[in-house]
Write a protein that binds this ligand. Sequence first.
Ligand code: FEO
Length: 170
Amino acid sequence: MLSEKMTVALNGQINKEMYSAYLYMDMSAHCTYEGLDGFANWFMVQYQEEMSHAMKIYDYINEQGGKIILEAIEKPPGDFGTPLEMFEATLKHEQFITKSIHDLVTLANEEKDYATQIFLQWFVTEQIEEEANDNEMIAKLKLVGNDGNGLFMIDNELATRTFTPPASEE
Ligand code: FEO
């Protein structure tokens, strides 16, 4: 059973994951517009990941007999700059999400909610991977700088990314 506080906080995280999906969908659209189809694919896979994160929390609240409270999703910025700037913004956003997950863990500890503590462990691990992916991309993009060939090669590499639903990873 979820406490009132925990229910509100988990619902808040659904909203943050939905916003993340919306943000990456917008970044994907921006990349398509700029002719960077591989980058567009990477961000669209990221969109799918974020939707699955939101649904994982949604399913958990339902399983625990809690109430789902959906709020408005904020508008993404729409102006994203270069691929390097996009990944720097992505890292910054993921650091914000990591902090939010850690705050949920703190709350679950305070509430002595052992089930939610265990449930959140998956997200703690996932955030390490998300930030690592962004740091790797930032390093690569800094390495190629303004070199068109290098960017072309990274774009080709990112075209191969596919979505793996979290359930099949467990
Ligand atoms: Fe669902 Fe990118 O955190």
